[in-house]
Design a binder for this molecule. Structure first.
Ligand code: ZN
Length: 255
């Protein structure tokens, strides 16, 4: 597959990079990414991945755009209030890059979608959800299937990023750090607030990790990075594989 003249211009700043080039761009154009959650994280993630020329994006979110979203969810405009996020996102992303195939999924990440993850229909899953139960469901689907998972969260002035490259290693996984069935955090962005650009920063970092993995480049697997916007400081933690982690045990027996 040769790049068209239009695509040469569109992607020229990536083509100029020696470690992307034409073969890397073709790889991106053949890639399939699932983005779960089209909120403050999912908006920058999908904008950057569509702009970069990721060939297929599946957009998963059951919600409609609400006025309270507009402070941070940068895909949406005032006129989108009341529309499904998947529809508003599809309009905006198509306007940005009509070459990307966009598949709307206006439901939660349910069993049907997770079965698609398990059968290898996505190269990378980007977790932009806002609750722990959904994160654990994605972790449980991605780990045994060997599908990379990039997870992030933000609240107040703080954000965190967790990259799990299950393609090469089963563990550690999310459940090693936070056992399944743990209580949801008492504070979340719905009841405690969040600053929009913190979500923008975390979403951009998710997009970087996703692009690196789609290009077949190494990422730091199992590293949890925390950003504190009040001090500008980062905290780097490595998640250790837990010997009694049921998700890792199930993944190892399968691999
Ligand atoms: Zn684990």
């Amino acid at each position: 597959m040769a790049l068209s003249g239009e695509n040469f211009l569109r992607y020229s700043r990536q083509l100029l990079m020696a470690d992307i080039g034409e073969s890397g761009q073709e790889r991106l154009l053949r890639s399939r990414v699932l983005v779960v959650g089209l909120g403050g994280l999912g908006c920058p993630v999908t904008l950057y991945l569509a702009a970069a020329g990721v060939g297929q994006l599946t957009l998963c979110d059951p919600d409609k755009v609400d006025r309270t979203n507009l402070q941070r969810q940068i895909l949406y405009r005032e006129a989108d209030c009341g529309s499904l996020k998947v529809d508003a996102a599809r309009r905006e992303l198509t306007a940005l890059n009509p070459g990307v195939e966009l598949i709307p999924y206006a439901r939660e990440a349910d069993d049907e979608l997770l079965a698609q993850v398990a059968s290898g229909q996505f190269d990378v899953v980007v977790d932009c959800t806002d609750n722990l139960a959904a994160r654990h469901r994605l972790n449980r689907a991605c780990s045994p299937a060997g599908v990379a998972l990039v997870s992030a969260a933000a609240m107040g002035w703080e954000g965190q990023l967790l990259t799990l490259d299950f393609r090469s290693r089963a563990g550690p996984c999310l459940a090693c750090a936070i056992p399944e069935g743990s209580d949801e955090p008492l504070m979340n962005c719905g009841n405690s607030g969040v600053v929009g650009p913190v979500l923008g920063a975390m979403g951009s970092l998710q997009a970087i990790a996703a692009l690196r993995m789609l290009l077949g480049k190494p990422v730091s697997h199992g590293r949890l990075q925390r950003y504190d916007g009040t001090s500008g400081r980062w905290l780097d933690l490595s998640i250790r594989a837990r010997v009694d982690c049921p998700v890792c045990a199930a993944s190892e027996s399968k691999n």
